[in-house]
Design a binder for this molecule. Structure first.
Ligand code: ADP
Ligand code: MG
Length: 261
């Protein structure tokens, strides 16, 4: 069963074709990676799926529902959340507050309730804080809820981004280079967190990542983009042995060594 089906997706910026008739199916509960050189359209794909960019052509279907033309907020409510290639946290808010912000669209209280501080609002806020703490615990930030986001070490900030995305209770989570700039230990921890998101929470993951060993170690399926086109798709093993991939993307001997090591 596909949770996400994309058909003939095209996104242009002026004369540049960032995505060229891209078709893709993501199986429910998969960890599906998207790789490709810089500028090959990976982040643009996420921006189209989450409603930040309007594609010129193509269909995006989530759980059987076409989501083209919906706003980012509407798409988030349907169950798609993301993290960003460049960390986007509220630096001067605490870790807990960052997660609460991610939860906001789900909270039912109106601003009237918030102003009047009704019992309903108070109870809802209590529940929200409890859940935010559980989420922080899940991603490995237990006890760090009161830290300002900007004071957290880099690896923890990346984890907090995941926590914020989890706050909206997604069924599909798009992770844009969550291991970028991480040391080997942080990378291992992020890999195990991604596995737990799928295994324990049942969330389907689409992962954009450059660290090949992580991609190959964690994914059931890998799609390779080059100049906005899909040039290969398959299991990690099939991708590693695909001559077109080796030529287009893994062109250097070092990259090949990274993958095959
Ligand atoms: P990747 O994430 O694979 O590195 P991107 O999706 O960020 O690649 O970019 C794909 C291409 O689209 C690049 O050539 C990039 O410069 C271009 N692009 C992305 N977003 C915009 C934008 N908002 N305006 C103009 N060009 C863009
Ligand atoms: Mg990118």
């Amino acid at each position: 069963m596909a949770i996400l089906t994309v058909q003939n997706l095209t996104k242009r910026f002026g004369g540049l074709v960032a995505l060229n008739r891209l078709s893709l199916e993501v199986e429910e509960r998969a960890i599906h990676s998207i790789i490709g050189p810089n500028g090959s359209g990976k982040t643009t794909f996420f921006n189209c799926v989450t409603g930040f960019y309007k594609p010129e052509e193509g269909e995006i279907i989530f759980q059987g529902v076409p989501i083209n033309g919906l706003t980012p907020d509407q798409i988030n409510r349907l169950g798609i959340a993301r993290t960003y290639q460049n960390i986007r946290l509220f630096a001067n808010m605490t870790a807990l507050e960052n997660v609460l912000v991610g939860m906001h669209p789900r909270l039912k209280s109106t601003w009237v309730g918030a102003v009047l501080n009704t019992p309903y609002t108070q109870e809802e806020e209590k529940q929200a804080v409890k859940r935010a703490q559980e989420i922080l615990h899940f991603v490995g930030l237990k006890g760090k809820g009161d830290f300002l986001a900007r004071n957290l070490p880099y690896g923890d900030q990346r984890r907090l981004e995941v926590a914020r995305a989890l706050a909206s209770s997604p069924k599909l989570l798009l992770l844009d280079e969550p291991m970028a700039g991480m040391n080997p230990r942080e990378t291992m921890e992020m890999m195990s967190l991604i596995r737990r998101l799928r295994d324990e929470l049942g969330i389907t993951i689409i992962l954009i990542e450059h660290q090949m060993r992580a991609v190959m170690g964690i994914s059931e399926r890998v799609t390779v983009l080059d100049y906005g086109e899909k040039i290969a798709e398959g299991t990690p093993q099939e991708i590693q042995n695909n001559p077109r991939v080796i030529e287009a993307y893994l062109g250097t001997s070092k990259a090949v060594a990274d993958v095959t090591r």
